[in-house]
Design a protein around this ligand. Structure first.
Ligand SMILES: O=C(O)C(=O)C[C@H](O)[C@H](O)CO
Length: 304
């Protein structure tokens, strides 16, 4: 397996109005782990999503969607609890808003056994994230266990979500996983401010390197990505201008998935980051987490 992603796929109900007013929703499929898996599979990587879904219709639909997008679903296990879902709405300011329906979900019941039953020990790259660790104590343990099992091959997406966890708990997972990470992806100012109390991208990068990460990709939205490597220098990789941003949901996950796919096939880290940044810019032109997924050709054209 090239890439294993551990985390929770979500049924997505999106509206183009505020969630306090919306009456009709479009059904789709998202969640950070599914978004990253689908983005990586579109790059022709062999990708598996390790998760649990409910033994219900939405669990079947999520599994079918992942399979149709080329994701290996052998470790998407139906289990107790319902399939996770979330509603995505637009605030009057144009900002997106999330409302989660995932507490006690099937995926939140994952534990280190799910890691041991899957090819985490042998996959080229293992994608883990702060959202997965925030789902429950057993998920946090599974993330730490997966990081130790795949030490040196981990892509860790910090992805702080205040509705799921506290800055202290998120920072504790980051500290434990960073020494195992080939690269930590962390946003500035969002994740950096919440987890490290820092907004300066250079300081955020240095703080993660001091924790033991081999490299850090600090994503800065339209400002591009600051890539800091423990045994190298610091480079800024520009973002690709997007004429009209439809929705930013899943752009960071597309970045993570494509970066992981490129690393798994032996590309250099700066090239993998360039490809990830290109995938994120394509994702911004579609609604929801998986509304617009970059093809290999699109990425090649964007990065020249
Ligand atoms: O916020 C989450 O936990 C989600 O997975 C929902 C979205 O798909 C995700 O945030 C997009 O990055």
């Amino acid at each position: 397996m090239d890439v294993i992603v551990l985390g929770e796929p979500l049924v997505e109900f999106s509206a183009d109005r505020a969630l306090t007013e919306a009456v009709s929703f479009r059904l789709s499929f998202s969640g950070d782990a599914l978004n990253a898996s689908v983005a990586a599979a579109a790059q022709e990587a062999r990708v598996a999503l390790v998760t649990r879904v409910g033994a219900d219709e939405f669990g079947e639909r999520l599994t079918g969607f992942a399979a149709a997008r080329g994701v290996d679903t052998r470790w998407m296990t139906p289990g107790e609890g319902s399939t996770g879902a979330y509603a995505l709405g637009a605030d009057p300011s144009g900002e997106r808003a999330f409302c989660y329906m995932r507490y006690g979900s099937a995926a939140s019941r994952m534990d280190r056994g799910d890691v041991d039953r899957s090819p985490v020990a042998t996959a080229r790259v293992v994608v883990l994230g702060g959202i997965t660790a925030a789902l429950s104590a057993s998920c946090a343990d599974a993330v730490r266990h997966a990081a130790a099992t795949a030490s040196g091959r981990v892509v860790y997406d910090a992805n702080f979500r205040s509705r799921l966890t506290t800055p202290e708990a998120g920072a504790a997972v980051l500290r434990d996983v960073a020494p195992h990470a080939a690269v930590v992806k962390i946003s500035s100012p969002g994740d950096g401010e919440a987890l490290l109390g820092r907004t300066d991208p250079g300081e955020i990068g240095r703080a993660c390197l001091e924790m033991g990460a081999a490299a850090v990709a600090v994503t800065m939205g339209a400002g591009g990505v600051l890539l800091a490597e423990a045994d190298g220098g610091t480079t800024t990789i520009p973002a690709h201008p997007v004429a009209e941003v439809v929705d930013q949901t899943g752009a960071g996950d597309a970045f993570t998935g494509v970066m992981a796919a490129w690393l798994a096939r032996g590309e250099s880290l700066p090239d993998a980051v360039r490809a990830g940044a290109a995938a994120a810019s394509v994702n911004l032109t579609g609604r929801g987490g998986t509304g617009r997924v970059a093809t290999p050709d699109e990425i090649r054209k964007l990065i020249g």
